[in-house]
Ligand binder design. Structure first.
Ligand code: F6P
Length: 321
């Protein structure tokens, strides 16, 4: 393989740049010509390619966002869009792809390989930590630390006013960020899409709070079946009208900022692993880290298999007596 294209796609995540850097420099080290594809599948369809030498990826390891930009391409979901993308890759002489993104990115890469035979390897770049085959995705650790910093600040004002704060965090259908941040932030409770939480279980916390007159932080995953922080707060307010509640939606700040050391190292390992795997003849797999080892998992499994949440939920009960 003489020429490899690299792109970032879907929601950006801190550490994507470190991953691009590692893929490019590993390729250059191995004598491969590396090409950046702008805005993910959109740039592939539009023919927006840039040469990436080792210098082009200097001074980006510490930067959030992605120098290659990102998009969610509707056109690539059509056979015509994929045909156009294939023709552009062929014209460029690109023989393999490193895709950095989440489930949508890997679904696209999988279909593309089946239709046109372009080998692809993926690095899990998403804050959601929702992919099977890796303990952590690139950007998750940074997002958790950003949300944690916000929660620590919210605690100060919650304490001063004896208020209950419902803090909503991102994660789409996954409660990974919510769970981690709830334990690290000393929350009173967490509502997760993976757990069928009965809102009534929050009643105990509210009753206890009435007795002690202290503040509470309740973390709500955006994908929770009860409908997000505003809905949950509204529901509780009906039963406890005297309690002073506030809602805080953390939103896209969780996607930005300088990646943590953990995310930079993970991104570097996986970017390099993708290129090495392509050169070893692998395709259609996501590189992840499981128990400190780099492991390759077929895209179909990484996307479809349910990733179990770490066994830390009960810690909230023990630590909030
Ligand atoms: O997948 C990353 C993510 O930030 C999710 O946590 C969130 O649900 C979604 O993307 C938001 O998407 P957008 O940036 O398109 O609003």
């Amino acid at each position: 393989m003489k020429k490899i294209g690299v792109f970032t796609s879907g929601g950006d995540s801190p550490g994507m740049n470190a991953c691009v850097r590692a893929a490019v420099r590993t390729g250059v080290f191995r004598g491969v010509e590396m090409v950046g594809i702008m805005r993910g599948y959109s740039g592939m369809i539009e023919g927006d390619f840039i040469p990436l030498g080792a210098d082009a990826v200097g001074n980006i390891i510490q930067r959030g966002g992605t120098i290659l930009k990102s998009a969610r391409s509707k056109e690539f979901m059509t056979p015509e869009g994929r045909k156009q993308a294939y023709e552009n890759l062929k014209k460029q002489g690109i023989e393999g792809l490193v895709c950095i993104g989440g489930d949508g990115t890997f679904t696209g890469a999988d279909i593309f390989f089946k239709e046109y035979g372009i080998p692809s390897m993926g690095a899990p770049g998403t804050i959601d930590n929702d992919l099977y085959g890796t303990d952590y995705t690139i950007g998750f650790d940074t997002a958790v630390n950003t949300a944690l910093d916000a929660i620590d600040k919210i605690r100060d004002t919650a304490d001063s006013h004896d208020r209950v704060f419902f803090v909503e965090v991102m994660g789409r259908h996954s409660g990974s960020i919510a769970l981690e941040v709830a334990v690290a932030g000393g929350a009173s409770a967490v509502l997760l899409p993976e757990v069928n939480d009965d809102i009534d279980t929050l009643k105990d916390i509210f009753n206890e709070r009435k007795r002690k007159k202290s503040f509470s932080i309740i973390v709500v995953a955006e994908g929770d079946e009860d409908g997000g922080a505003y809905k949950v707060a509204e529901e509780l307010k009906k039963q406890f009208p005297d309690i002073d509640t506030r809602v805080s939606i953390l939103g896209h700040i969780q996607r930005g900022g300088n990646p943590t050391a953990n995310d930079r190292v993970l991104a570097t390992r996986l970017g390099a692993a993708c290129v090495e795997a392509l050169l070893n003849g692998e395709t259609g797999k996501m590189a992840g880290v499981l128990n400190s080892q780099v492991v390759l998992t077929p895209f179909s499994e990484a996307i479809k298999k349910r990733k179990p949440l770490p066994d830390i939920l009960q810690l909230l009960q023990y630590t909030n007596v």
